[in-house]
Design a protein around this ligand. Structure first.
Ligand code: PMP
Length: 362
């Protein structure tokens, strides 16, 4: 059978070992006689799964003690509303939120936040069709903004921040890390809030992660649904309502797997090698084109175009025949996209590179 490599942007490839372990434990978790899906979230079995997952994530990302790790639902998109509802209450109303518009996902965040606060687009890469992160010197930040929101990896546009912004005063930075969390070493202490949907580098869709600095908790607006009020969720250890238990379990297996691989620093090295290999192949001649500025190219999501777009269908069919799946670009931008998350092996990237070379040669 042809080996399959799945380049989906999300839900995305997960480590084989994790899926195998989940399969082995599906009917009977550790002799409990139950599947994790059947366990009470208040029982000792699930509590131990939850605690281990939080512990391992804290270790992997070196999360300082004054940050809470929250497991929520609603995906990254719900966070676009949940975050303003939890944060703007700290400020005189109407509050202003600063944004840097670097692509589709930050664009959605701006739109949603405008329902709860004034939004200031401090900088935008739209004129360049979202192929770069605007230089920080050009940003027009608001004094006393409630917070600054950035999307540190734009999944559709393939643009990744390679720096942490400097902010005025104590304005917290909120970062949407949905599509590159755990792919590179980060300094959590530089951010007020980090959030991510799980379905790329963490686990199954349906689980949403928020890492929130403690002093930002406890300011929810009265309109904030209680299930999304960080204070209620944090005080209940993410069990204010029934959490996505199976998602947390799989996330925990992924975290343990990452630790066995040597942690985030080691994974980052592999991710750099994978990205270099793929971009080098795309840059080798002008048959393919990645339009993102070199220093902002995402290590996780690599959009590219064929010079002759009439060959798109042929390209995709040939890729599929080789076991290289889900390479079609997002419908809003067309072309191709290879997502090479943590669980994509260098062999998978090499197979894609071999195919790119062969197809261009033909
Ligand atoms: N932010 C980013 C960077 C994303 O890639 C996505 C989903 N692809 C979202 C937010 C939205 O996440 P969800 O679909 O889980 O709501």
């Amino acid at each position: 059978m042809t080996q399959i490599f799945n380049f989906s942007a999300g839900p995305a490839v997960l480590p084989k070992e994790v899926l195998q372990q989940a399969a082995d434990e599906m009917l009977d978790w550790h002799g409990s006689g139950m599947s994790v899906m059947e366990m009470s979230h208040r029982g000792p079995e699930f509590i131990s799964i939850y605690q281990q997952a939080v512990h391992d994530l804290r270790e992997l990302l070196n999360v300082p003690d004054n940050y809470r790790i929250l497991f929520l639902q609603g995906g990254g998109l719900a966070q676009n509303a949940v975050i303003p509802m939890n944060m703007v209450g700290r400020n005189a109303q109407p509050a202003t939120i600063d944004f840097v518009h670097t692509g589709s996902w930050s664009g959605k965040s701006i739109k949603e936040a405008a329902r709860y606060a004034n939004v200031n687009v401090a900088a935008s890469a739209e004129a360049g069709q979202f192929t770069s992160v605007p230089h920080q010197e050009s940003w027009k930040l608001t004094r006393d903004a409630s917070y600054l929101h950035i999307c540190t990896n734009e999944t559709i546009d393939g643009v990744e921040f390679n720096f942490v912004p400097t902010v005025q005063g104590d304005t917290p930075i909120v970062a949407d890390m949905s599509s590159h969390i755990l792919s590179r070493v980060i300094d959590v202490s530089k951010y007020g809030v980090i959030f991510a949907g799980a379905q790329k580098n963490i686990g199954p869709a349906g689980l949403t992660l928020a890492i929130v600095r403690e002093d930002l908790i406890g300011h929810a607006l009265p309109i904030c649904p209680s299930a999304f009020d960080w204070k209620l969720v944090a005080d209940a250890d993410s069990m204010y309502n029934t959490p996505p238990t199976y998602g947390i379990y799989i996330a925990g297996l992924v975290f343990a797997h990452l630790k066995r691989q040597g942690g985030v620093a080691e994974i980052e090295k592999r991710n750099i090698a994978k990205a270099e290999l793929l971009y080098a192949a795309l840059d080798a001649d002008d048959f393919y084109q990645n339009r993102v500025a070199q220093d902002c190219r995402s290590r996780m999501n690599v959009p590219f175009y064929l010079r002759d777009e009439s060959l798109n269908e042929q390209f995709l069919a040939g890729a599929k025949a080789r076991g290289l799946l889900q390479l079609k670009g997002h419908k809003s931008v067309g072309g191709m996209r290879a997502s090479i998350y943590n669980a994509m092996s260098i062999d998978g990237v090499q197979s894609l590179v071999d195919y790119l070379n062969e197809f261009a040669g033909r």
